[in-house]
Design a protein around this ligand. Structure first.
Ligand SMILES: [Zn+2]
Length: 408
């Protein structure tokens, strides 16, 4: 296959997770009578630009379900994260009532609500109808569309040229990364700033976060590869921060290469050097990942099998996409894990894709008093443990599978 970014022939495998249905294709009870479509889940790395990327396959367009039900506002720690971000951007880039903020992948307005509260004009771009409706309910203007050069030109023509753009956890999701990035070059005012947040590939590799690999993620990004993609598309990275979200992410600050005047920071140079010394620009960095992934799978199967044999009750918490990758790769089914609890009513009474494990409300924790609660979204582990602190009453233990099987 050819690299999504630089068109070079891609020949090195990074991780092969077998095959699974799309990670957000939650099943209704009626759908259990029908077959599911499973797609190969294999990730490759380009040895020219170091973009880690999913392998292309036929029928990729069938991956996306219009019912996609992730609402960002369901996570309180995520809301706090973006509230702090908005205040920091207003101060640093002196945003005011004559500025314009555009968020791409605005979801349910979780971020722009804080921009709007400061009376700064804003606009969201969001292709998913159900979340766009939720954002409009917060009084936020939403363009229901996918983002790229064509939409950026339209937005500029209709008075939405941006002082600040935000794009959180979307850069990895776009199949045409060049067109997407180039869209920001078109959308920005001459001195405007674009920020992007995405999980950091270095953490994925070093912390064994293979469950963040799923079909909807086309790219797995390092600062090294992002810088290369941006440069080809008219954007210049001038700053970067390491942030704790999603198991360790980067927030990259970029400006138009032709007109931007922000100076490059020392921490940008530091992180590029750190990536280089970790080996991001050498093929050895990507080798042996599969072996670590296989080991985590084995440990989880052993834990669940032994718990079952000992007569212990285990349930899972958090019907997140990453949970689906883990459960399907490990071949876990309801005999070993009878249910997954989730706060989101849109997921309750449905079934996990592939594994077909039922998704229930939190009520089941009260009625069944499980001995072990396997937290699938390990990135919000402390939030979940705090929320479920009442399970101390019967000494329930919390389990996470990544970076290695841990019980506490
Ligand atoms: Zn490449």
């Amino acid at each position: 296959m050819k690299c999504r970014h630089c068109d070079h022939e891609v020949k090195h495998a990074f991780a092969d997770l077998g095959s699974s249905p799309p990670s957000n294709a939650y099943l209704t009870k009626a759908a259990l009578n029908k077959p599911e479509k499973w797609f190969p889940l294999k990730v490759m790395v380009c040895d020219q630009c170091w973009l880690v990327q999913t392998e292309d396959f036929a029928d990729a367009h069938e991956l996306f379900d219009a019912d996609y039900a992730y609402f960002s506002s369901f996570s309180s720690s995520w809301l706090n994260h973006v509230d702090v971000y908005v205040q920091a951007m207003i101060t640093r880039f002196q945003l005011n009532a004559s500025s314009k903020v555009v968020e791409v992948a605005a979801n349910d307005g979780y971020l722009l609500q804080y921009v709007k509260a400061k009376n700064i004009p804003c606009l969201g771009v969001e292709p998913t109808h159900s979340t766009a409706v939720a954002a409009r309910d917060k009084g936020i203007e939403i363009v229901e569309s996918f983002f790229g050069v064509a939409l950026a030109k339209e937005l500029v023509a209709t008075g939405h040229q941006a002082d600040l753009t935000a794009a959180n956890n979307v850069l990895a999701h776009v199949p045409d990364i060049n067109d997407f990035v180039s869209g920001f070059t078109h959308l920005l005012k001459p001195n405007g700033v674009s920020t992007f947040e995405f999980p950091h590939l270095v953490n994925l590799v070093q912390q064994n976060q293979f469950d963040t690999i799923y079909h909807e993620h086309f790219s797995y990004l390092s600062l090294t590869s992002v810088k290369a993609v941006f440069e080809k598309n008219g954007l210049e990275v001038f700053d970067v921060e390491e942030i704790p979200t999603h198991g360790g992410s980067l927030r990259v600050y970029a400006q138009r290469a032709d007109t931007g005047s922000h100076l490059k920071t020392a921490r940008l140079q530091d992180l590029l050097a750190k990536e280089s010394s970790a080996g991001v620009d050498s093929i050895a960095f990507y080798e042996n990942f599969q072996e670590k992934v296989n080991h985590i799978k084995d440990e989880l199967i052993i834990f669940l099998t032994e718990a079952k044999r000992a007569g212990k009750k285990v349930i899972a918490y958090g019907a997140a996409a990453k949970g689906n990758t883990l459960l399907n790769f490990a071949g876990i089914r309801p005999d070993l894990l009878p249910c997954v609890v989730d706060k989101n009513p849109a997921k309750q009474n449905k079934f996990m894709p592939g594994s077909r494990i039922p998704i229930t409300s939190e009520e089941v924790i009260h009625t069944q008093k499980p001995d072990y609660i396997l937290i699938l979204p390990w990135n919000i582990k402390s939030e979940v443990i705090a929320q479920l602190s009442y399970t101390k009453a019967w000494s329930a233990k919390f389990v996470t599978a990544i970076p290695k099987l841990t019980t506490q």
